[in-house]
Write a protein that binds this ligand. Sequence first.
Ligand SMILES: Nc1ncnc2c1ncn2[C@@H]1O[C@H](COP(=O)(O)OP(=O)(O)OP(=O)(O)O)[C@@H](O)[C@H]1O
Ligand SMILES: [Mg+2]
Length: 248
Amino acid sequence: MPLPYIRLEREWVPSFDVYPFSLPAVRGLQTMPLHPAVTFLAGENGSGKSTLLEAAAIALGLNAEGGGRNIRFVTRPSHSVLHGYLDLGLEGRRPPDGFFLRAESFFNLATEVERLDRAKAFGGALAKAYGDRPLHEMSHGEAFLALFENRMSRPGVYFLDEPEAALSPARQLSLLGLVHRMVARGSQLVVATHSPLLLAYPHAWIYALGAEGIVRTPYERTEAYRVTSEFLAHRGRVLDALLAAADA
Ligand SMILES: Nc1ncnc2c1ncn2[C@@H]1O[C@H](COP(=O)(O)OP(=O)(O)OP(=O)(O)O)[C@@H](O)[C@H]1O
Ligand SMILES: [Mg+2]
C-alpha cells in the first residue's frame, strides 16, 4: 500500500513567516497526492524540493542524511523541523520499508556502511546489500548505479534527491530503466530532480515548486524540459543572446 499523500498539518504551524514554513512551496502546501509509482518534485534552485523531500523521509522514520532504517548517522545536523508537521496518510499502518538518498551525503552514507561492517553490525554484511565492490572503490556514478541495482531492489518507498547528479546522460537513461523495474516490483518513488531525462518517466506526476506554491505540471511545461529543448533546438541563438548579455 503506497503512501497516499504528503499533507501539512497547517493548524499546528507556529508561523508561516519563518523557515521552512515561509518557503512559498510550504506556505501553500495543503495535501499533495502522491502517484502510486513516481512523484517528481521539480523547480528552480532554492524552491524547497530538498526541504520537502527530506522532511517526508524523516517523517517516515528515515535518517536525515540518507539511508534506510538501519542507518543512523549525523555529520552535520541541518534538517528543518518540517517533518514534525507532515502527515503521510499512514493512519496507523506500519510504515513501509524506505530509503532516502541525497546526492550531497552519498559519500557519508558509503563511509557509514563500511564503518557498520567493520563493527560487525548486521553480521558485517551490510555492504553486500550495496553490491560486490566497496562503494568507495567505485566512481561516483558507478556507486550510485550499484546502489540502485542492489539495495533498491526491495519494494519500499524511495526518496531520491537529484539522483542524476553523478550520472552521464546515458546512465540517466539506465536509471530510468531501473526506476521502472523498481516500480514493477511494487516500489513507490518521490524524486527531486532537474533532469529533463528523468522527468520523462511516464508513470509519474510532476509537481513544480515555485513562487506560486506547488503546482502539478505536464512534462512539456516544466522548466527543465523547456530550457533544455529550447537550447538544443536553437543553440546558436540562445548562446548569442547569453554571451552578448555577459559581455554587456
Ligand atoms: N536552515 C535553513 N535556514 C534558513 N533557510 C534555509 C535553511 N536551509 C535551507 N534554506 C533555504 O530554503 C530554500 C530551499 O532550500 P532547498 O535546499 O529545499 O532547495 P532545493 O529546491 O532543493 O534547491 P536545489 O535545486 O538547489 O537543490 C533555499 O532558499 C535555502 O537557502
Ligand atoms: Mg535540493
